[in-house]
Design a protein around this ligand. Structure first.
Ligand code: NAD
Ligand code: UD1
Length: 341
């Protein structure tokens, strides 16, 4: 049993990581500034696991706050999820993104250094891969980004890599997530974006419950199975389990240095295939219209998952059908809660 700090631990992915860690015998300490999450999530984590996570409200860019937390808690390893994640907003407000996402990584590494905490898992993204060559991405492929959000991930990865070189006791894993969707099967935690969702699955969910009238499918003239864009969708619970594996790997082995590992299913699904799967799994209709391509989008991308299997002994288990069912269940519960308010 170890004591794991989750930065951004009340967010969509962090809350699922908290559940997996608690259910597997770890203690969990959460830091979140509630920029994109609600404190009620703590209660839902408790309801699912019957266990308590320790919570500190504060900002990861604030090194003295981080230092206080490390002084009070005896932390064995950190999962660093805190950050802003809206690609479009990062283009309009790049400094906000560089300032928060890169500074949080630096402040965290400084605090870890000062408190001799030497194991880190970082939330990176498949967005760091340059859009060229094969659709299947291998960790050693070339990196380049098309927006400030992506660069904050690319730079944070590099900062972590450089710090690992300078500190021989420190080891880290940059997990490159592909497209996390779905929600915890309990329906208690999931993704609840502010405003109109940018990403496909949250948009489908809102069409499904009548918040939005119809889905706009961005282009059907790509070189793919049916002309619509293809992505490697991964159930958020599978993704959370990958964090558990990464933490165990770092704590149980005498690892040196930094590694990058893709977290996806290794298969891609088109927009229309996902819409059809959602309709079938939930027995409902999702009205849609084909519109122009979205700027910056690519035809297809999916993970080579060899490294995740070999190093972390992890692979995804949930199907697209599970992702669709759990996403809809969560959205329905959210609607019920809204009506009660
Ligand atoms: P999220 O917004 O739901 O969670 C992030 C959490 O971090 C939020 O609760 C927010 O309040 C908190 N936070 C932000 N800045 C903070 C700061 N300076 N100090 C303290 N707390 C702060 O996002 P998510 O989808 O759970 O993503 C988690 C991480 O994974 C992010 O770093 C994101 O960039 C990365 N990621 C997400 C996806 C995805 O599709 N969701 C894909 C790839 C990578
Ligand atoms: C987005 C982010 C990416 C991030 C990833 C994580 C952008 C430009 N990129 O990528 O940086 O790492 O999420 O999850 O935001 N689609 C529609 N209609 C919609 C929404 C999406 O047809 O209303 C299509 C898109 O064209 C794409 C697919 O659905 O083909 C998936 O889109 P999305 O969920 O936004 O994910 P990504 O584009 O992979």
């Amino acid at each position: 049993m170890s004591r794991i700090l989750l930065t951004g631990g009340l967010g969509y992915i962090g809350s699922h990581c908290a559940v997996e860690l608690l259910e597997n015998g770890h203690e969990v300490v959460i830091i979140d500034n509630l920029y994109n999450s609600k404190v009620e999530v703590l209660d839902y984590i408790r309801q699912i696991t019957s266990k308590e996570a320790v919570f500190y409200q504060g900002d990861c860019c604030d090194e003295s706050f981080l230092s206080d937390v490390f002084s009070k808690e005896s932390i064995d390893a950190v999962v660093h999820l805190a950050g802003y994640k809206a690609v479009g907003e990062s283009v309009v407000q790049p400094l906000k993104y560089y300032s928060n996402n890169v500074n949080a990584t630096i402040a965290l590494l400084n605090a870890m250094k000062n408190h001799n905490v030497n194991r880190l898992v970082f939330s990176s993204s498949a967005t760091v891969y340059e859009n060229s060559g094969s659709y299947e991405k291998i960790e050693k492929d070339k990196l380049w980004c098309t927006n400030p959000y992506g660069f904050t991930k690319m730079f944070s990865e590099q900062i972590i890599r450089d710090y690992c070189v300078s500190n021989q006791s420190f080891s880290a894993i940059n997990l490159r997530y592909f497209n996390p969707i779905g929600a915890h099967p309990s329906g208690l935690i999931g993704e609840n974006p502010n405003g109109i969702p940018n990403n496909l699955m949250p948009y489908i969910q809102q069409v499904a419950v009548g918040i939005l009238p119809m889905l706009k499918v961005y282009g059907n003239d790509y070189d793919t199975v049916d002309g619509t864009g293809m992505r490697d969708y991964i159930h958020v619970v599978d993704l959370a389990k990958a964090h558990l594996s990464a933490i165990s790997y770092l704590l149980e082995n005498d690892i040196k240095g930094c590694d990058d590992i893709n977290i996806g299913t290794g298969k891609s699904t088109s927009v229309l295939q996902l819409v059809n799967a959602f309709q079938k799994a939930n027995n409902i209709t999702i009205p849609y219209v084909i519109v122009e391509r979205r700027e910056g989008d690519i035809a297809n991308i999916y993970a080579d998952t060899t490294k995740a299997k070999q190093i972390l002994n992890w692979q995804s288990k949930y199907s697209i059908e599970d992702m669709c069912k759990d996403a809809y269940h969560w959205q329905l519960n959210l609607q019920k809660k809204r009506k009660l308010l």
